[in-house]
Ligand binder design. Structure first.
Ligand SMILES: C[S@@+](CC[C@H](N)C(=O)[O-])C[C@H]1O[C@@H](n2cnc3c(N)ncnc32)[C@H](O)[C@@H]1O
Length: 228
């Protein structure tokens, strides 16, 4: 599902808090998140993007070509293949360095994303893992009521002590997210954005899990986790 500006804003700020040198993301499709990171992160941060490249090969090809054209001075690399393996292989490249890594999982999703998140946080270089589509927003829509399977991974996530923040949280929506989304969307209302903003007015939720071994640690507080 579409990555909202308020979600990109939160991700970029987490990278700043942890002074990340490297971003690894899984799930490219139209490159919304990738472009946000390329636009709003410092030029010296290396961005590695992975996609399975099976469901939407034409979209992926077009996106890779256009990003390479638009950001030809940036250290951006694309890796086709299964995120479950590629993300971990990429982290291992930095295992014996002091590089700090932030991760976005936006495909695969749900239980598989939670499993990859667990694996990622075993590496001390990984400061945080953000997982998309884990907010409550879209799942409380009438068409999704009763689809209990969707809530299983979300409920499992809530038991995870590393889970510290969701872009669903009401204070974040009121103080930042609504403003960020309304202002930026207003100026970039393409057909795709219009469709998704109508379908998921507050986005699909980006959640953050911290490495328990971080020097900077957040405590888990209810107000940071829920749309209430
Ligand atoms: C919702 S899209 C990503 C959207 C993108 N982050 C954006 O902001 O535009 C999900 C992507 O995840 C990819 N995907 C699905 N399963 C995957 C896997 N196991 N490994 C890597 N990518 C996967 C799909 O091919 C699809 O392109």
């Amino acid at each position: 599902m579409v990555f909202f500006f308020s979600e990109g804003f939160a991700f970029v700020n987490f990278c700043k808090i942890y002074d990340c040198d490297i971003v690894i993301e899984s799930g490219l499709r139209f490159g919304g998140s990738t472009r946000m990171f390329l636009n709003f992160l410092n030029n010296n941060i290396i961005i590695h993007t992975n996609d399975l490249n099976q469901q939407f090969p034409e979209d992926i090809k077009n996106t890779v070509n256009s990003i390479k054209n638009e950001y030809n001075d940036r250290n951006w690399n694309f890796y086709p293949g299964d995120g479950e393996k590629i993300v971990i292989d990429l982290i291992k490249k930095y295992e014996n360095t002091d590089k700090k890594i932030g991760i976005l999982l936006d495909g695969p999703k749900y239980s598989l994303a939670l499993k990859i998140q667990d694996e990622c946080l075993k590496f001390k270089n990984v400061k945080f893992v953000a997982i998309h589509d884990m907010g409550e927003g879209p799942y409380n829509l009438p068409k999704n009521i009763g689809k209990k399977n969707i809530f299983k991974p979300i409920n499992k996530l809530r038991e995870n002590n590393n889970f510290i923040f969701s872009t669903d949280s009401l204070w974040y929506r009121n103080e930042y997210a609504n403003r960020v989304d309304n202002e930026i969307h207003k100026n970039s209302m393409t057909k795709v954005w219009k469709k998704f903003k109508k379908k998921y007015p507050i986005g699909c939720g980006l959640v953050f899990c911290q490495n328990p071994n971080n020097n900077i640690k957040f405590t888990k507080e209810k107000k940071n986790l829920y749309y209430k």
